[in-house]
Design a protein around this ligand. Sequence first.
Ligand code: UD1
Length: 432
Amino acid sequence: MEQYIMRGGQPLEGEVTISGAKNAALGLLAAAIMTDDDVILENLPDVRDIRVLLQAMQEIGVQVEYINKNTVKINGSHIDSMSIDYEFIRKIRASYYLLGALLGKYKESHVALPGGCNIGSRPIDQHIKGFKALGATVEIEQGMIATTAERLVGTHIYMDVVSVGATINVMMAATMAEGNSIIENAAKEPHIVDVANFLNSMGANIKGAGTDVIRIKGVEKLHGTEYSVIPDQIEAGTFMCMAAATKGDVVIKNVIPKHLEAISAKLTEIGAVVEEYDDAVRVIGTKRLGSTHVKTLPYPGFPTDMQPQIATLLAMSEGTSIVTESIFENRFKYVDELARMGAKIVVEGNTAIIDGVEGLSGVAVSAPDLRAGAALVMAGLAAEGVTQVDQIEYIQRGYEDFEEKLRGIGADIQKIPVDDERAVRRFQLKVV
Ligand code: UD1
């Protein structure tokens, strides 16, 4: 077990390059098994969630060959099992994308039922509704969801809630159904568009991804492709908030600025300078920022995956801010940890009322989940003194080379074993 230790107070400065989007890559990897030809995927982030999904795929007979750290060759022609164990689902919920991918290709799939998780209960009724509408029988027994179909037939599906996962899963299955499907009230996140573009590059016929109506003409067969994953909007947003929180000046490269608009708008509103270039953004946070209200919403609204980072930034800004979480019910668990660093935040239901303080001070805190973990590192880099963040396995699920990238823009951060008191003391005594 490892932890991060960092000394805060140093403005982050320089350039950082964003990796491929984890959440897009998870969808693309699952979709890649839908052809028997080779698929080459580039710009995959080298993070734990991706490695676990690749393992789950290998377990059912998918051939996975790493060409380099960020490029894999996938071949799904030797799949000999339709069943994904709980072992994988427990580690990574998105293994459930194999439900839609296998159902589309083989008209059968069995995946262990995902449980709740650290950010709240997460039903999958919309995924099931979509598969059933396409003609599949869906049964839940002994902790597994089993789908089977004689044939899948295109249909009109109205999603009751806007769900990224259900949109991707149902879109994959519908891609290989007979006839036309329409998914209404679809999610519009950039990774939905990426999965649709990827499937189209394999011979699918999907139109409208990125709007709330997706139209799919089913095809019988998909073919191989080479494809590069889009940049990670949330990793970029995290570095943007970090630049602002440390009063730094950071150029964040390899991004699609359009995907960052909700974040850029909030940062600008509270007084940071955000400059947009073709494939980069520069964030300058030279002074203490102001307050605002933020409500998380499906894309193009403010992303729930950026909620802990913006709330942490607002905890150090001047004035009172209100952050409302409207997607997941349990996403304020990091607030107690931030309070231990001196933040003044009161949570009432799905709303956090933040009374900005002048500064935070370093203590030992625990990452409760992936994005909140990154937010605590951000707090540590802005705080006075030394901060330790443990349970960094969460952070490693989704941020590639996190501490290396941070060191590259001037952060004083190290990864050390959790129980290595001597390493902690050495870091504390280090002359800066
Ligand atoms: C994806 C992202 C996650 C992000 C979230 C919202 C991946 C791998 N994960 O998660 O990082 O935080 O989108 O942007 O891409 N819901 C239902 N029934 C369903 C499905 C969802 O009620 O069948 C509800 C959920 O409880 C939640 C809301 O819909 O309140 C949105 O969830 P969803 O968009 O499905 O999130 P995920 O795809 O799980």
